[in-house]
Design a protein around this ligand. Structure first.
Ligand code: NAD
Length: 239
């Protein structure tokens, strides 16, 4: 097992990619704090799934765009499991609207979850890890759209681009503390965020034509990368 005796918190982990990461961490021996925003039953299901495979987990409500929510997620994790070794900032939203029609409220909402939420998660987790004094791992789930433009998705692309520079900057600042910071930037992954593809088969076909491997990714494809970045095997990978 690659994550034995490690403690991890994963934001937005009641569904989708976050859930797959939390379950993979549990299978690899980590104790995991699941985070949900508004559906406690989904958080609880993920906890039960980890417990079924012999792991330990708790479920914590938190809106990652709120400082108190993120603080509480870390506080509950440490209260339950004694420490924090791995923080995964995964929660994200998108709302596709042509740029000229995008209201300020949509910009603010997407930035508050996808960029401010990650900044808060990095800062709270790093403070805890620095106080423990023996390093840690921060992993942000970004997107290919940290680099690749996506018309109609300007707040999302701006947030993910911001997460890229946030990661690179704090990787340098936190390196003296033995804390590594990395992003995973997936292409299209089969999760509820892409449910519109079921209603638009022509969009699915176009997307597939742009993917060299010829298939949409699975949440587990991202989870295996997260396991590597959380494990001792990645101790010299940062930024
Ligand atoms: P999803 O919609 O299936 O899951 C997102 C999760 O985040 C949900 O559990 C949701 O409840 C949670 N969440 C949303 N707002 C929150 C908030 N304010 N506080 C706490 N939790 C909140 O999406 P997903 O595809 O699993 O996406 C996970 C991450 O992966 C996101 O950051 C997304 O941008 C990124 N991503 C997804 C894809 C893809 O194609 N699915 C591709 C690249 C990157």
């Amino acid at each position: 097992m690659q994550l034995e005796n490690k403690v991890a918190a994963v934001t937005g982990s009641s569904l989708g990619i976050g859930r797959a990461i939390a379950l993979a961490f549990g299978r690899e021996g980590a104790s995991v704090a699941i985070n949900y925003r508004s559906h406690p039953e989904e958080g609880q299901e993920a906890v039960q799934e980890i417990e079924k495979s012999g792991g330990k987990a708790i479920s914590v409500q938190a809106d990652v765009s709120e400082p108190e929510g993120v603080r509480n997620l870390i506080r509950q994790t440490v209260k339950e499991f004694g420490r924090l070794d791995v923080m995964v900032n995964n929660a994200g939203i998108e709302q596709k609207i042509p740029f000229l029609e995008t209201p300020l409220e949509v910009w603010e909402k997407v930035i508050s979850v996808n960029l401010t939420g990650v900044w808060l998660g990095c800062q709270e987790a790093a403070s805890q890890m620095v106080s423990q004094g023996d390093g840690g791992r921060i992993i942000n789930v970004s997107s290919v759209h940290e680099d690749l433009p996506m018309p109609t998705n300007s707040p999302y692309c701006a947030a993910k681009g911001g997460v890229r520079m946030l990661m690179r900057t704090i990787a340098v600042e936190l390196a003296p503390h033995g804390i590594t910071v990395n992003n995973i930037a997936p292409g299209a992954i089969e999760t509820p965020i892409n449910r519109n593809l079921d209603e638009h088969p022509e969009q699915r076909q176009k997307l597939l034509s742009e993917i060299p491997l010829g298939r949409i990714g699975r949440p587990e494809d991202v989870a295996s990368m997260a396991v590597y970045l959380a494990s001792d095997a990645s101790s010299y990978s940062t930024g």
